[in-house]
Design a protein around this ligand. Structure first.
Ligand code: HEC
Ligand code: HEC
Ligand code: HEC
Ligand code: HEC
Ligand code: HEC
Ligand code: HEC
Ligand code: HEC
Length: 426
């Protein structure tokens, strides 16, 4: 029954969208930022050891010896950035009254009367799109199988159809705790046909085995999925280390990668695997990157407008690298400010990092504000900005993302800290 309805809807929803093409160009652009362009893999690294995962042991093993680190890590956005769907991992509401996505004008929609309903049932969580009236009602329901995004800004949900993975049309946005059209989707349409390619999961999961080397494929070995970003995503395969440490008489073990021992460039490359924007071409099989190796052997960065104008996908690497702090110092890396193993660093603690290289007196505002500026450096020199890229357009409302600008510099309009604290005039 569900399948027949699904087929009806593919026929119905497929071609109709064409008519609205012009008006939604902007949204499509936003959508294309969200999805990596599919480009053929060059032959040099094709298939290279990407499917040989026997040296990867999983986080539970690390937990036995690095208990404190591993326990804290469980709560980080990295660990939670993809999960199997449960009532806890899905942040969107299933409560009556808050479990629907309203279209701007259902009568004018490409799918007259279109509505989305999200339901929690005994056998899972579901998104349903329904349109039409009377006896001409069309309906498609799909299960929410996978969650992408820990929910800091939002979450996008995915569903399986056999071994093929697709994106669902309704996403969650944390600002306002509401359902929105998935990024790049057109208000008033219900599209269940957007495939999820390996690039998406390469940044949001530890591993999944694709059934084809075509980067546009969405066919996977479902059982091979390791959700979340794991210790070994950044430390490399751990089997050897675990083996060594079980019988070790010494604590020195070169077989596990410690990024602190990489060159600055290789340290930043590790983070750039996922934090350098999403406009790039894969040169090697997904999941084949090993930390400590030059990223340019795995990805070709494409010029993109999203460095300064991100959607939910920022480009902290590109922006930080424009900063004088980065260019004039040899040691600044992402780890200067971030400890990826924990959460809950206060904003003030980041300003303290500035003071490892600067005196607060070297700031032109110090005369005016006195030492009050010492814990407010980032408010003025790394402001939070609302980006002008449309994440989603839903029911007439335009949704933008707020991002911390990683270009450390003097901002013309930043003579007062953004958090509302007033300058002190003696
Ligand atoms: C049987 C115990 C044991 C297990 C299991 C284990 N480790 Fe270790 N690990 C150690 C010890 C002991 C050290 C050295 C002391 C330290 O740095 O804590 C170490 C050191 C490290 C270092 C620093 C290496 C360096 O060169 O400075 C990293 C990184 C690391 N482990 C990561 C991991 C990861 C990731 C896992 C899971 C794949 C893991 N460990 C599993 C015992 C273990
Ligand atoms: C395999 C991909 C990947 C790698 C490698 C990676 N990140 Fe991330 N990072 C993500 C994703 C995805 C998110 C968004 C998590 C979410 O909220 O769903 C994220 C979020 C973050 C955040 C914001 C959340 C928080 O924990 O405060 C920081 C900061 C961060 N990453 C820093 C780093 C640094 C520093 C490195 C390098 C040492 C790094 N990341 C490496 C994928 C990655
Ligand atoms: C190049 C790596 C990369 C690719 C490809 C990528 N993402 Fe992301 N994604 C990230 C990072 C990193 C963040 C955190 C962004 C930040 O804070 O700057 C993020 C953020 C998100 C968020 C918001 C998370 C939160 O907690 O607020 C969602 C949802 C998301 N991505 C979904 C997707 C989906 C779905 C795809 C595939 C269609 C995808 N992403 C492709 C790296 C990537
Ligand atoms: C997003 C990338 C990332 C993930 C995920 C990650 N680490 Fe790390 N880890 C790093 C970086 C970067 C450093 C080096 C930090 C520095 O420069 O001081 C590091 C350092 C370490 C060290 C050495 C600490 C020291 O004091 O020298 C250990 C041990 C470690 N990590 C264990 C783990 C374990 C266990 C997990 C999983 C629970 C894990 N890491 C997950 C990036 C990561
Ligand atoms: C690793 C050392 C280091 C850290 C950490 C650091 N800086 Fe810098 N910063 C420098 C160096 C070196 C320069 C260039 C020389 C100079 O102008 O003093 C610089 C330059 C600057 C400039 C001038 C930028 C321009 O475009 O003219 C500002 C503003 C600044 N830093 C603010 C900060 C703030 C705020 C922080 C913390 C968020 C910070 N810095 C963290 C090393 C650092
Ligand atoms: C000079 C300090 C500093 C450095 C260096 C730095 N960050 Fe950040 N980063 C911050 C601050 C401050 C925030 C905001 C934290 C908050 O709001 O809790 C932040 C937030 C983030 C976020 C969350 C997204 C957002 O917009 O809030 C990500 C992802 C991130 N940083 C990644 C990186 C990566 C990758 C690097 C290296 C290229 C890096 N950062 C280097 C200070 C820094
Ligand atoms: C209220 C906003 C504000 C705060 C807070 C603030 N700054 Fe500044 N900072 C500025 C402005 C504006 C300038 C340019 C001043 C001028 O030209 O007179 C500046 C200039 C600077 C410069 C010199 C840039 C140059 O011309 O080379 C440095 C370095 C700097 N700040 C570092 C810091 C550090 C470190 C902190 C935290 C202790 C900090 N600032 C806190 C607004 C701020």
């Amino acid at each position: 029954m569900r399948d027949i309805l699904a087929v009806l809807n593919i026929i119905k929803w497929g071609p109709r969208r064409m008519f609205r093409a012009k008006t939604v160009l902007l949204l499509v652009l936003a959508g294309s930022l969200f999805m990596r362009s599919a480009v053929a893999i060059s032959s040099s690294k094709e298939g290279q050891s990407a499917t040989d995962r026997t040296d990867y042991v999983g986080d539970a093993k690390c937990h036995t010896c690095h208990r404190e680190v591993a326990q804290n890590y469980q709560h980080t956005p990295h660990h939670l950035t993809s999960q199997l769907a449960t009532i806890d991992s899905v942040h969107g509401s299933f409560q009556n009254g808050a479990n629907s996505l309203v279209i701007n004008d259902p009568a004018q929609s490409a799918e007259p009367g279109l509505q989305f309903h999200m339901e929690s049932k005994k056998d899972g969580l579901f998104e349903t799109a329904r349109s039409g009236w009377g006896s001409q009602v069309y309906q498609r329901t799909e299960r929410i199988d996978l969650v992408t995004g820990s929910g800091v800004r939002g979450q996008t949900y995915l569903f399986w159809q056999g071994n093929r993975l697709f994106e669902l049309p309704a996403s969650y946005w944390s600002d306002g705790h509401r359902w929105i059209n998935s990024p790049g989707y057109i208000d008033g349409t219900a599209d269940f046909s957007r495939p999820v390619n390996p690039a998406c999961l390469e940044c949001h999961a530890t591993y999944i085995r694709a059934l084809s080397t075509n980067p546009a494929t969405n066919r996977y070995d479902r059982k091979s999925l390791v959700p979340g970003i794991s210790c070994e995503s950044c430390h490399g395969p751990g089997a050897n280390h675990v083996q060594q440490m079980r019988h070790a008489t010494t604590a020195k073990d070169p077989s596990i990668l410690n990024p602190a021992k990489f060159s600055r460039d290789m340290q930043v490359d590790l983070c750039a695997e996922c934090h350098n924007g999403i406009q790039r071409e894969g040169l090697a099989a997904a999941f084949s990157y090993i930390p400590g190796h030059p990223l340019k052997e795995y990805f070709k960065q494409l010029p993109s407008p999203d460095v300064e104008h991100p959607d939910v996908h920022g480009n902290q690497v590109g922006l930080l690298q424009r900063s004088k702090c980065y260019r004039s110092s040899e040691q600044m890396s992402c780890s200067t400010c971030h400890d990826v193993h924990t959460t809950g660093q206060s904003l003030e603690s980041y300003s303290a990092k500035c003071l490892s290289c600067h005196n607060w007196q070297s700031c032109g505002m110090s005369k005016e504000m006195g030492n009050k500026i010492t814990n407010k450096c980032i408010d003025c020199h790394m402001p939070v900005e609302e980006t002008n890229v449309i994440v989603s357009q839903t029911a007439g409302q335009v949704v933008h993302a707020k991002m911390r600008n990683h270009w450390i510099k003097v901002y013309a309009d930043a003579r007062q800290p953004a958090n509302g604290a007033k300058a002190d005039h003696p």
